[in-house]
Design a protein around this ligand. Sequence first.
Ligand code: BTN
Length: 254
Amino acid sequence: MRTGETTSPHRRLVGRRILHYDAVESTQDTAKELLDEATAEGSVVWADRQVSGRGRHGRAWASPPGGLYLSMVLKPKDAHAQVLGLLLGIPLVKALRHFGVLAALKWPNDVVYQDRKLAGILSEGVYRRDVFYVVVGIGVNTNVDLDRLPPEVREKATTLKREVSLYVANEEFLDYFLDKAEEHYSRYLNTPVDLLMKDYRAHCLTVGRRVSIETARGRIVGLGVDVTSAGALVVLDDKGVKHEITDGSVEHLR
Ligand code: BTN
């Protein structure tokens, strides 16, 4: 059920309208339903819990109460679904750092602290009447009880409330994050992507780390050396061969 609608005129691009629900199947699906409305662009769907939250590669995203679950409707300057998923990780990291956790990005779309996952991003491109939209979904373990997460997720996850002593309400976190997202998205609209990707690399722990990556074509082990302007991870394997990986599940090795 929708429990509120807020308009924030100081934001023009991301979060000028926030639709708040107590529960939805997935905020991604609710956000996509808005695409038929003329005012969809810049809207944010925020839910207190999701019944069928989903992550990358069709995995489930456990969404118990206490977490922050949102999807943003964007009309990008190009078919930049992957790129926007990466770039919007930067304001998310900034918001977590603002509230006291020294988080960083793990390529492509995880936000981690001390190797434990705090947040995930799912970016999906959608055509509606010949217009290309990107719906960027973000799930943050803000005030989730870890024991509400499935055991296999729990052992590799952490939450904002576990890492900081002050209570941070989801409203407060969302407000700060959306201001930062607006700033970064506006920069994206006005700046070549290859310049912005430098900022992504600076926030990404995978660059400079030894990694093991499960890809559709098998496992690659080597050193993460770069992220291209299209968002691919460049890995130099142990035989000295360079791979450009567009999708995969990454493990940071010691
Ligand atoms: C991942 O780490 O695999 C990405 C997780 C993305 C989860 C968010 S929660 C809000 C939005 N709605 C969804 O169903 N998924 C995204």
